[in-house]
Design a protein around this ligand. Structure first.
Ligand SMILES: N[C@@H](CCC(=O)N[C@@H](CS)C(=O)NCC(=O)O)C(=O)O
Length: 224
């Protein structure tokens, strides 16, 4: 049975394609395009899952959303020991930690940055602009940007002791961490001052399965 991926262009579902390519599993893509003005998913995705977000996969009778859950499911069901460290090891605990951290801790400030930047520069009545800009700048400067900087510092330190997030071996946790780190490089201030994180991005971008996933999923350029 071929796995179906409900794939939104330029989105987190890229990670699922990459995971499937790493595992060498066949899959079928159902494509959805973001609204170019709002960047939101089209309403058809709500017929797939009540939240109307991507990724969602279907595997036989199973339908599953949430990228971390999907990656863990694929590793458990089809990995045969690949891409997930053995249970009850320090590597497995780190794998679980980063799997949750990516969406639970790292994405929220990056998303806040995107939203407040849009408020800062978006269209609005002229009389509201200075007030809205002032609030956006204050939230960005006092809360969002210092938070992102702390995350970057933390992750840079974590990669000092090991090449991949879970340990010595590449795992699905690295796939899960790719999206927030790519978003951080596009709009979160991740740059050459964090050489280990930049090196991580270079190493994942060089993986053949990553490249095949980009070819399958279409142009992938995260919002700035
Ligand atoms: N935590 C969820 C987030 C899902 C999510 O927000 N997906 C975005 C794609 S990057 C989406 O569908 N956005 C379109 C929209 O909100 O309309 C996951 O990791 O799967």
């Amino acid at each position: 049975m071929t796995i179906v991926v409900h794939h939104l262009n330029n989105s987190r579902s890229q990670r699922v394609l990459w995971m499937l390519e790493e595992l060498g599993l066949p899959y079928e893509l159902k494509r959805y395009q973001r609204d170019p003005a709002t960047m939101l998913a089209p309403p058809e995705l709500r017929a797939v899952h009540p939240l109307g977000k991507s990724p969602v996969i279907e595997d036989g009778g199973l339908k599953l959303a949430e990228s971390g859950a999907i990656l863990e499911y694929l590793a458990g069901r089809y990995g045969e020991g690949r891409l997930a460290p053995a249970a009850n090891t320090p590597e497995r605990l780190r794998y679980t930690y980063w799997m949750h951290y990516a969406e639970g801790s790292l994405m929220p400030p990056l998303l806040m940055k995107l939203v407040f930047k849009r408020i800062e520069s978006g269209p609005m009545p002229f009389f509201a602009r200075p007030i809205a800009r002032g609030i956006a700048r204050r939230v960005l400067g006092t809360f969002v940007e210092p938070n992102i900087a702390r995350h970057l510092e933390f992750m840079e330190g974590e990669l000092a002791g090991r090449p991949w997030f879970a340990g010595g071996e590449f795992s699905a946790a690295d796939i899960q961490m790719s999206f927030p780190l790519e978003a951080a490089a596009a709009r979160g201030g991740l740059d050459r001052s964090r050489p280990r994180l930049m090196d991580f991005l270079e190493r994942i971008h060089a993986r053949p399965a990553y490249r095949r996933a980009i070819e399958a999923g279409g142009p992938y350029e995260l919002l700035r």
